[in-house]
Design a protein around this ligand. Structure first.
Ligand SMILES: Nc1ncnc2c1ncn2[C@@H]1O[C@H](COP(=O)(O)OP(=O)(O)OP(=O)(O)O)[C@@H](O)[C@H]1O
Length: 312
C-alpha cells in the first residue's frame, strides 16, 4: 500500500515569492495531519501540489503512489476529496442540486448525495437555495462534496475559517468521525486553539519551510516543555505549595482553591505524588503542552538550528 502523500524537497516560487523552500513531508495512512502555520506560510501551496493543480519547480510529489501531474490523473483525482479555503457555490441551486452536480463531475451516481446530506445534517435544508445557508451550513455542504465517492485522501484547507464556535465544533466532530472511520486527512489551519484533539500529527510550516513535524507528545518531549498540572484543593496554606515547588514545579496560576503548575517531564511523577498526599486535594489533571506552546517554541521565530526538521 503506497504512502498516501510523500513530498520530497519541494521548491515552489511565485514570481519573487519563494512559497516553498525545500519541504519534505509525508501523510500516513489513516492519520489526520495538521499543516499549521501563519498566513502565507505555504500550506495552500502544499495542498495544490498534492492535488496536481500546480507543479513544483523542483522536488517530488507522490500521491497514493502516483504523480498527481502525471498521466491518467483522472483516476487519481477521483480518489481525492478537497475542501478549498473559500468554498463558493452557485447560490440559486439547492444543497441537493449542488451535491448532485459535483457527483456528476466526479462520475458518481446521484444516489451518493443522499446519505451525505443526511450525515452532514443537511437533509432538512437540502431543497433550499444555498444562498440562504449560513456559513456553517455552506461549510458542511463543502465537506459533503469533498466526501463524495469515499475518497482515500481528504484535503481540508482551513475548514473552520470564518465559522462561529458552534459551526467550528460541528466541523471538528465530523473530522473526528472521519478519523474513526480511518480516513487519511491533511488539514491546514492558521488557528491553533482547540485543534490538537482532532489531529494525529502536526507539521509546523513557516515561511515555506517545514519547521518540525510529529505527534504532539513527541513534539512536547523534544521541546522539553514538560506538562501542565491543575490541582483543585485547599491551597491557602503556603507550605503545601512550597512542597511542590521543591520538587521542581513552577507555579503558573494560583487561587485558594486552584493551583496550576508547569512541571518538567522528569519531575511529573514526583510532583503528582506530593499533590496526591495533600489533605483536601479534590482533583488533579495533567495536560501535555498545548499546540500554541509548541508553535511558540518551534514556530517561525525559532532559528532552524534549534528546531531541526524531520522528513517523516
Ligand atoms: N498564485 C500565486 N501568485 C503569487 N503568489 C502566490 C500565489 N499563491 C500563493 N502565493 C504566495 O505564496 C506564499 C504562500 O501562499 P499560500 O497560499 O500557500 O500560504 P498559506 O499558508 O496557505 O496562507 P493562508 O493561511 O493565508 O491561506 C504567500 O506569500 C502567497 O502570497
Amino acid at each position: 500500500m503506497p504512502v498516501p502523500v510523500k513530498l520530497e524537497n519541494l521548491h515552489k516560487r511565485y514570481g519573487r515569492v519563494q512559497a516553498l523552500d525545500g519541504v519534505s513531508l509525508s501523510a500516513r495512512e489513516g492519520e489526520v495531519l495538521g499543516l499549521l502555520g501563519h498566513n502565507g506560510a505555504g500550506k495552500t501551496t502544499i495542498m495544490k501540489l498534492v492535488l496536481g493543480l500546480t507543479r513544483p519547480d523542483s522536488g517530488r510529489v507522490e500521491v497514493l503512489g502516483r504523480d498527481p501531474c502525471g498521466r491518467d490523473v483522472r483516476r487519481l483525482r477521483h480518489r481525492l476529496g478537497y475542501l478549498p479555503e473559500s468554498v463558493v457555490f452557485y447560490g440559486e441551486l439547492t444543497g441537493r442540486e449542488v451535491l448532485r452536480y459535483f457527483a456528476r463531475l466526479k462520475g458518481i451516481g446521484r444516489g451518493a448525495s443522499e446519505p451525505l446530506l443526511e450525515r452532514l445534517g443537511l437533509a432538512q435544508a437540502a431543497d433550499r437555495p444555498v444562498k440562504g445557508y449560513s456559513n456553517g451550513m455552506r461549510q458542511r455542504l463543502g465537506l459533503a462534496q469533498a466526501l463524495l465517492g469515499e475518497p482515500a485522501l481528504l484535503l481540508l484547507d482551513e475548514p473552520t475559517a470564518g465559522l462561529d464556535p458552534d459551526a467550528t465544533r460541528d466541523v471538528y466532530s465530523m473530522l473526528d468521525e472521519l478519523r474513526r472511520r480511518g480516513a487519511t486527512v491533511m488539514l491546514s489551519s492558521h488557528v491553533l486553539a482547540g485543534i490538537e484533539r482532532h489531529i494525529d500529527r502536526a507539521a509546523i510550516i513557516g515561511a515555506g519551510r517545514l519547521l518540525v513535524s510529529g505527534n504532539l507528545e513527541e513534539l512536547g518531549r523534544r521541546a522539553g516543555l514538560g506538562v501542565t498540572i491543575r490541582a483543585g484543593g485547599d491551597w491557602a496554606d503556603e507550605k503545601r505549595v512550597d512542597r511542590v515547588i521543591e520538587r521542581g514545579a513552577v507555579v503558573h496560576r494560583r487561587s485558594a482553591t486552584e493551583l496550576e503548575l508547569r512541571v518538567p517531564g522528569a519531575a511529573k511523577l514526583d510532583v503528582l505524588r506530593v499533590l496526591l498526599a495533600v489533605d483536601g486535594i479534590r482533583d488533579v489533571a495533567v495536560e501535555p503542552p498545548s499546540l500554541e506552546m509548541l508553535y511558540d517554541h518551534f514556530g517561525p521565530s525559532t532559528r532552524p538550528a534549534e528546531a531541526p526538521c524531520t522528513a517523516s
